[in-house]
Design a protein around this ligand. Structure first.
Ligand code: RIB
Ligand code: CA
Length: 313
């Protein structure tokens, strides 16, 4: 039976890749997309989620609009230098014809989990605000979530949005700290592995050469993303962030993981840093009482890329 997958997303160029990857994987029944700010403002991310479903001809999948700001502070603004002002590489795209449903993302998340107890996997690919709001709306959802597999954080490597923090977590550290404290199975697919999955220009040429609308859309948006990475890394190619969540869900055996509780720093220069409690388990600390997070630390990158190429063709 296909696994029920609810994707919370800030599309975003790499989000678009991940969504198409999931939609093209029969192992999943994508039961909805929920939008969140991050790569662009929430309103734009909602429009993009709708557009991506139209491109993939999957307009039966509902989209619920999410929060438009972090839990306790103002949104510090979109990553337009990475994803373009429209979140889709500034490609000229028509307005979507379909509409979001009449429920907030948090309400929709609670509703789906309660309708299908023990069956829903959450795949957050952006800041964790909607997931935290769903928990605040109904704390009993933790008993009914199958698993959360999220893109975000950096356990043993530097950040990408500050020296300390990864972008999704830094966009709402308070929400992230709530989510990492949830008593349900959580896997963190953070920079520790996503920066090891590198797509070369040759792989990108391949991904954008298939004869299908998803590939043609990626051909329009990926050059912007590629230019950003080339400038930042000083060499061509991209890191594969959000799609790596889908790869983990398809084949966790391709990943090495370690288990530690995580706290998220919410102040000071390490704001947004995901701190694993390594050792000192017997000492009372802010990590005490927290469930272990399954933290991805290594990956068979070649196999992961092969699998994504295979699904996107
Ligand atoms: O740090 C990478 C993450 O930030 C990805 O989810 C990307 O889409 C951006 O949201
Ligand atoms: Ca994202």
């Amino acid at each position: 039976m296909a696994r029920k997958l609810l994707i919370d997303t800030d599309p975003g160029i790499d989000d678009a890749m991940a969504i198409f990857y999931a939609l093209n994987s029969p192992e999943f029944e994508v039961i909805g997309l929920t939008s969140i700010f991050g790569n662009a403002y929430t309103e734009i991310c909602t429009q993009n989620a709708l557009r991506l479903l139209e491109i993939a001809d999957r307009t039966e999948i509902p989209v619920a609009a999410g929060a438009d700001r972090p839990l306790t502070v103002e949104f510090k603004g979109p990553a337009d230098f990475v994803h373009g002002a429209n979140g889709q590489g500034n490609a000229n795209l028509p307005a979507p014809k379909i509409q979001p449903i009449n429920q907030s993302a948090a309400e929709f998340i609670v509703d789906q989990i309660k309708q299908h107890p023990g069956e829903v996997t959450l795949a957050p690919l952006g800041p964790l605000t909607n997931i935290a709001l769903a928990l605040l709306l109904d704390p009993t959802i933790v008993d009914d979530i199958h698993e959360i597999v999220l893109m975000g954080g950096n356990a043993f490597v530097p950040g990408n949005a500050s020296p300390a923090a990864e972008a999704n977590i830094l966009n709402d550290p308070e929400a992230a700290d709530i989510v990492f404290g949830m008593q349900c199975p959580i896997t963190m697919v953070g920079l520790d592995v996503t920066e090891k999955v590198y797509m070369s220009p040759e792989v990108l040429d391949h991904i954008t050469s298939f004869d299908n609308p998803e590939s043609q859309h990626l051909a329009k948006i990926l050059p912007f993303y590629h230019d950003f990475f080339t400038g930042r890394r000083g060499e061509p190619g991209i890191h594969v962030h959000d799609s790596t969540v889908i790869s983990y869900l398809l084949d966790p055996a391709l990943f090495t993981t370690v288990k530690h509780p995580i706290r998220v720093a919410t102040s000071g220069i390490s704001r947004g840093k995901t701190w694993p409690a390594v050792g000192l388990a017997d000492v009372e600390s802010p990590w005490s009482g927290r469930r272990d997070i399954n933290i991805c630390v290594d990956v068979n990158a070649a196999k992961v890329i092969e699998m994504e190429l295979d699904r996107l063709k």
